[in-house]
Design a protein around this ligand. Sequence first.
Ligand code: G6P
Length: 608
Amino acid sequence: MCGIVGFTGRRDATPLILEGLKRLEYRGYDSAGIAVVNNGDMRVERAAGKLAVLEGRLAGEDLPGHLAVGHTRWATHGMPTTANAHPHTDTAGAIAVVHNGIIENATALREWLVGKGYKFRSETDTEVLVHLISDLYTDSLEAAVVAALRRVEGTYGLAVVSTHDPNTLVAARLGSPLMLALGENENFVTSDAAAVVQHTRSVVYLDDGEVAVLTPDEYHIVDLDTTRIEKHVSVVDWDNETIQRDGYAHFMIKEIFEQPDAITNTMRGRLLEDEGSAKLGGLEMTDDELLAIDRVVITACGTSWHAALIGEYMLEELAHLPTEVEYASEFRYRTPLVNERTLVIGISQSGETADTLAALREARRRGARTLGIVNVVGSSIAREVDSGIFIHAGPEIGVASTKAFTCQLVALAMLTLRFGRLRAMSVLQGREMVKALKCLPDLTRRVLERSEQIERFAETYALAQNALFLGRGYNFPVALEGALKLKEISYIHAEGYPAAEMKHGPIALIDEMMPVVCVAPRDGVYQKIVSNIQEVKARRARVFAVVTEGDEEITEMADQTVTIPETIDPLTPLLSVIPLQLLAYYVAVRRGCDVDQPRNLAKSVTVE
Ligand code: G6P
């Protein structure tokens, strides 16, 4: 989603901003722009499309200047045109603003500003901000921004520069991530540490309602009452090396292949073999507090929501804990029935998804205890929840989530162990699960060895218009995830369904043109899904099946099979999802799609 980079220092700002924006490309965007202040003058360049178009427009000319802001925009208000691209400037061209988020009272403010004679040149809500700041400017950019933000409703992460204050960068946050990155004789503002880690790892995360003022040599932070706030400086532990492609064609395939190491990192130091349990430092709950929990609600979006569904099956079956899963966007606007005995778990790779963050806040407001299962340390969700489990998957850059999903499942399995051993699980059951978890890195490696076979199978699907994914039990959410992966990156319409439910609708669509992907490892519902596959085959569909090594029954019926090693039922999704990730990847590559940055999608969805 939208990305912000701002710089004040002694080096040339333009190359730093462009380089930073490039590192944010993975987030997904559809236009880009830069504003540079130099000798009392401001130069702005913007372009619809990818950064390469903006660079083409600059034609090798580095706009001179040591103070600048840059932006990659993911359209919300108004089409992805050059006119709507950020930065937006005031009428005199003296103030420039880049903004992530949505100004909710933009229409009213716009009418008021038009009434005062301001002329608007874009359809964006952001342009309202810059005219408002300009209207309120007397002699300090900081004061004008604070005054403007007092009148604004909605969400923002923003950075502002002006020709009046040639060294000063002003930034503010409300509901949209933003951080300061502190260098030597230079300072940055960014919405994502990936943009600046090559320059400095010292960051200050802004909290909602805070305004930061930066010059090359100092910074200070105030709230909207202009009271000074002291903040802790954190150190980002991801470096640039960890976010390179390492020779892989795309981040997505690199991340798929990183899964054995990533899940090892999720488990590291957390499994207790003798006790058949798990030690989760960030949980910060005593046994008594855990026993007092009588209900769990898991809330998330996208792929994380699919992980949540598998978590529900695990917690109910193994820990006998009533669990529900809700889309965060629904949860936040319902009247969720939670209390102090409810644990509300938010699952989010980025830790910044606006709906998940808002759902957790709503849960907290209603007295529930909140827990985050998050990848990005220092993210908004990680900082706001009562307790947390970091998945330590390492940076995930490909927009389609892969390794975060499997690591989320490992975290949920460990949480199930922790709860389960206090309730329904015997020590022997616990030990069996710990043992099975420890085998997973090797087993996932074995599945990855099938990649060439899957690449060959993928050729068959490159021309498909539709696909149906079926699974049962623990592998029903895997079918949903497989369908999501395929549609996200290859733009083939795909639906995931519980295999038996297919009879109540999708079966009408099945013919020889509809490929059906069946996730059917040998688990408790194996015989049931065998019957469903027969129903599919009877209608001449081509079946791609994911089965357990040694399987004969389904292998005979299916047109193509990929095998996965045996494990305990609750952990089968960790293995069965990998062939589906690979299938989606190879189909998308074959169709010539932009795998890491699929159209219209964003890595981190920071607006509602
Ligand atoms: C976006 C991404 C998905 C992701 C979802 C939730 O839609 O494209 O890959 O699953 O957001 O993101 P989160 O960071 O909260 O897990």
